[in-house]
Design a protein around this ligand. Sequence first.
Ligand code: PHE
Length: 341
Amino acid sequence: MQEKFNQIRQSAIESLASVTSMREIGELRAKYVGKSGEVTSLLRSMKDIPNDQKASFGKMVNDLKDEIMGYFNVKEAELKQKELESQFEKEALDITLPGKKVVAGNLHPLNIVKNEIINAFTGMGFEIFEGPEIETDYYCFQALNIPKDHPARDMQDTFYINDDIVLRSQTSTGQVRVMENKKPPIKILSPGRVYRSDDDASHSPMFHQCEGLVVDKGISLCDLQGLLDEFVKIIFDKQTKTRLRPSYFPFTEPSVEVDVTCSKCHGKGCSLCKGTGWIEILGAGVVNKKVLENCGIDSNVYSGLAFGLGIERVTMIKYGITDIRTLFENNVKFLKQFDRR
Ligand code: PHE
């Protein structure tokens, strides 16, 4: 009998040694310790065992069963570990391999400059207002003291949709829309697209402006100059100076055109500033009393300043761009030069 025990033990150990999968282990488990397995069937010979030895025989069978199950458990744990290791190996990442480069775009130079302008003015307490690009003749002209047939309409070659509807030719429309709805103090910046029938190296039928408007008690041309002096130092550099020249706009009185010292030669004279040392960047002035009154603001109590700045112009000066059309051609090689990452 002892021999039989040894044989079963030996054959279980040997078969287990060559097992390579969990499925095989399952089969062997059934073969040895399953319901009709070899160890279990030893119990069937119980009837031939003398009564006084039955108990010790039963214990031997159970001990053998426990022993063999122990072998199975050890083997099973080993296999599980191996399977896990091979899975890890298969899924392993080589973190030393170069990564795939994600191609990302960058901001358009006009957006870079627009954001800089917005940051400069919001930093000085301005709020942003965006008005519609399709406007009525009233907001684009009449409320701004440009009645129908006024010669000043020729200053801007407007696209008319019909007699009364236009593509706005200036963001000054925003002045009226804000003043109609808001009581002073007012401090707004209105960026957006404008349209004029004009097309050459320095004009585009669609371009961008940024309108500024401040209305409060006691606002004067001095405030305008101080504000713009601060602005050009932020947007260009600390050495930049401004100069006001008298001009004419129907909606400001007095009106000025504002020049900055050339960003390339700093005033000495070069090709960018055509030898003058100065470059014009915007039109501005003290808000015409008639415009305040048109918008329901008492011009005896309040006064205002307004300016309208071309975003393309500032961008071209900042980056030394000589043809406005390069800003709209969407040539990736050109645009990539503004990638700051
Ligand atoms: N709207 C004017 C233009 O487009 C610029 C401007 C704005 C002038 C505000 C004075 C005040 O030319």
